[in-house]
Design a protein around this ligand. Structure first.
Ligand code: PEP
Ligand code: MN
Length: 354
């Protein structure tokens, strides 16, 4: 439930509400707006709901108590209307500018990574991606360089100044990956690996949570809730395509998820047309389409020589293709920057201030 304090409620009244919430064995999570404080009540109220609501409503300084219809609280825009802005190194995600994350599917060699990192930087990319721990369908496929790959990613960051995002696949690797990465990526196959979500959240670095390949938007936001519940507010969502009956593409790119998420949650939304489509020639049109839906960022796989890539070469852009795409992404982003003001966007809670 959400407790909205009256405009001008005193600190003493606020503290009284907090202590009543704690007294019920629940946790208060506060959101301080321009005018008033809203307190999200987190925990299992179950059958006590009505009694607790009545009790809180009667406290001095409380304007209203509303039950939350959505099962995710910390991720919900109802509780936290203002967009979450994630700052990492010199990069900012979710502030209305377009984040462009690019790099190879896998870190293969030092030279391959540094060449690609230079190209990301030169084209105006904002974040370098690269997998060191790779979730492969076959145990016989290249599994990633592991720690060696992380060391190359660190070197690429020093060289270019670009923050680095890379996947962590198991809880026991979180500390190691967090030592080198600026953003921890949770891959599609681990969207509901709850112990991993908690471990990644506790590492204190921003976490990008990819959509499970069979995950509903609600399940995805519940997974984000796990990370947020560790006290880490810096969660980014990434739509990367879902499994449907369609086989023409690797996955089905659910671009509707972008505005739906902006409506439901304050978290930044990134879209990955590379894993969504699986085909190089589809990456450019679908990246542009994703930006047109209001995505806060794009993640694309690029490679100096895609035909020789150790993983996902078929969907990787050449460095030249990426250099040609980046400025057009920015043009489209400029054109749709007023999307949040569209009166048809329901309830006035979509993208405030944009
Ligand atoms: C990746 O981005 O490297 C990756 C493996 O993506 P996904 O988890 O979306 O398949
Ligand atoms: Mn890949």
């Amino acid at each position: 439930m959400l407790v909205a304090m009256s405009v001008g409620a005193t600190e003493e009244e606020l503290e009284n509400v907090r202590s009543h919430i704690r007294g019920e064995g629940l946790t208060p999570h506060e959101s301080h707006g321009m005018e008033r404080v809203v307190i999200g009540v987190v925990g299992d109220v179950g059958a006590r709901k009505e009694r607790v609501m009545n009790k809180l409503s009667a406290l001095p300084g409380v304007a209203s108590v509303t039950p939350i219809s959505r099962p995710f609280k910390l991720a919900s825009r109802e509780f936290h209307p203002k967009d979450t802005i994630v700052r990492v190194g010199g990069a900012v995600i979710g502030d209305g500018n377009l984040s462009v994350m690019a790099g190879p599917c896998s870190v293969e060699t030092r030279e391959q990574l540094l060449t690609t990192a230079d190209a990301v930087k030169a084209a105006g990319g904002t974040i370098l991606r690269g997998g060191a721990f790779k979730p492969r369908t076959s145990p016989y496929s290249f599994q990633g360089l592991g720690e060696e790959g992380l060391v190359y990613l660190s070197e690429a960051r020093e060289r270019t100044g670009l923050p680095v995002i890379t996947e962590v696949m198991e809880s026991s690797d979180v500390d190691l990956v967090a030592k080198h990465a600026d953003i921890l990526q949770i891959g599609t196959r681990n969207m509901q690996n709850f112990p991993l979500l908690m471990a990644a959240g506790r590492a204190g670095k921003p976490v990008m949570l990819k959509r499970g390949l069979a995950g509903t938007i609600e399940e995805w936001l519940m997974s984000a809730e796990y990370i947020l519940s560790t006290g880490n507010p810096n969660v980014i969502l990434c739509e990367r395509g879902i499994r449907t009956f369609e086989t023409a593409t690797r996955n089905t790119f659910d671009l509707t998820a972008v505005p739906v998420l902006h409506h439901l949650t304050h978290l930044p939304v990134v879209a990955d047309p590379s894993h969504a489509t699986g085909k190089r020639w589809l990456v450019r049109p679908m990246a542009l389409a994703a930006v047109a839906t209001g995505a806060d960022g794009i993640m694309v796989e690029i490679h100096p020589n895609p035909d020789e890539a150790w993983s996902d070469g078929e969907q990787s852009l050449t460095l030249e293709m990426f250099a040609a795409l980046a400025p057009v992404l920015r043009q489209v982003h400029e054109l749709v920057s007023g999307l949040g003001q569209d009166p048809a966007m329901a309830a006035g809670i979509y993208r405030r201030g944009r």
